[in-house]
Design a protein around this ligand. Structure first.
Ligand code: 5GP
Ligand code: ZN
Length: 116
């Protein structure tokens, strides 16, 4: 998928509507269009990186900031102290459907383990 056609790049460029809940440090956070929990946010680097497997050393700070933003949003959405889950699906067998790396933040209900 090219950056031009990439769904999340289009959201980053405001070419597609999305409910953006945060923007900071090379990241945006949006509400998932098909939420799997009462709170289901996606934390998306503004840079196009196709998948977790494509991360390089240069992305270390960015992905650390993505987790920090997830923690901040978890507090903001009152997911603490009950708890929440962060997920990155990598590759077809893990169910990755959008080829632009993103962190799912899920909470607001008991979450089962192991995931399906
Ligand atoms: P993946 O399956 O790649 O881990 O996650 C992709 C996520 O993107 C899914 O949870 C899906 O519901 C969400 N999604 C797909 N299209 C859109 C969209 O146009 N807008 C938003 N906000 N989320 C989307
Ligand atoms: Zn992209």
């Amino acid at each position: 998928m090219s950056q031009e056609g990439c769904l999340f790049c289009r959201i980053v460029r405001r070419q597609l509507p999305a409910e953006i809940v945060a923007e900071a440090d090379g990241l945006i956070a949006v509400k998932d269009v098909n939420p799997q929990a009462p709170t289901h946010l996606l934390i998306i680097p503004t840079e196009h990186i196709a998948s977790l497997a494509d991360l390089t050393e240069a992305h270390t700070t960015l992905m650390g900031k993505a987790l920090q933003l997830g923690n901040r949003l978890a507090r903001q959405y009152h997911l603490t102290p009950d708890g929440y889950r962060v997920v990155i699906n990598c590759g077809p067998q893990a169910g990755q459907s959008v080829w632009h790396v993103h962190v799912h933040l899920l909470g607001g209900r008991p979450l089962q383990w192991p995931p399906g």
